[in-house]
Design a protein around this ligand. Sequence first.
Ligand code: ADP
Ligand code: ZN
Length: 210
Amino acid sequence: MKNLILLGPPGAGKGTIAKRLAAELGYLHLSTGDILREEVARGSELGKKAKAYMDAGELVPDELILAMVKERVAGKDGILFDGFPRTLAQARGLEEIAPVQLVLLLELDRDTVVRRLSARRVCPQCGALYNLITSPPKEDERCDSCGEKLIQREDDRPEVIARRFQVYMRDSVPLVDYYQGKGILVRLDAARPPGEVYAAALHAIGDDRP
Ligand code: ADP
Ligand code: ZN
């Protein structure tokens, strides 16, 4: 199976698409953001180092991220990288770890990013994602699957959202040229409804099934 990267600003829907591709096509979903949040929750050494960067909307240092990814990828394929690489140094580091056959760029403008992230809520119990505007839970701010009270991520507060978008523009947008130059970049309009973005992603992937 191919290894894929999902690239795009925060709030573009990378996590939503990745979860569905993993469930339906059997990719191994590797979200560096999810892994870091687990490390923070466990209070590990890595979690302690990463927390301040994350809460401020800054990037966790490349060496920490690369070590974390390498450990989880060794010997595997069919990996769907979500939220990684985020810098050119990470992209170059990834080349030593695993080959990448396709990069899906989820394109979304800044205003839509801010609007979506401000309305995002997550279930602290099972990780289910909601959006109070576009996909609200049935019962007022409680998880449909497990009933937990939904929370807002620390970094989905307005000041931090603005910073995350800036960091994306500065550090991650250069990856667009980088992968375009390698001829493996496909652009998707992420402002469309989730089902349409997913269909476009499937089309780009072709018949890469396990
Ligand atoms: P989003 O894509 O919604 O911004 P993520 O859940 O992917 O959020 O990441 C949350 C935070 O975790 C980032 O703002 C950053 O601090 C950290 N992080 C995640 N992935 C990386 C990475 N590849 N490199 C550096 N920091 C990362
Ligand atoms: Zn839940």
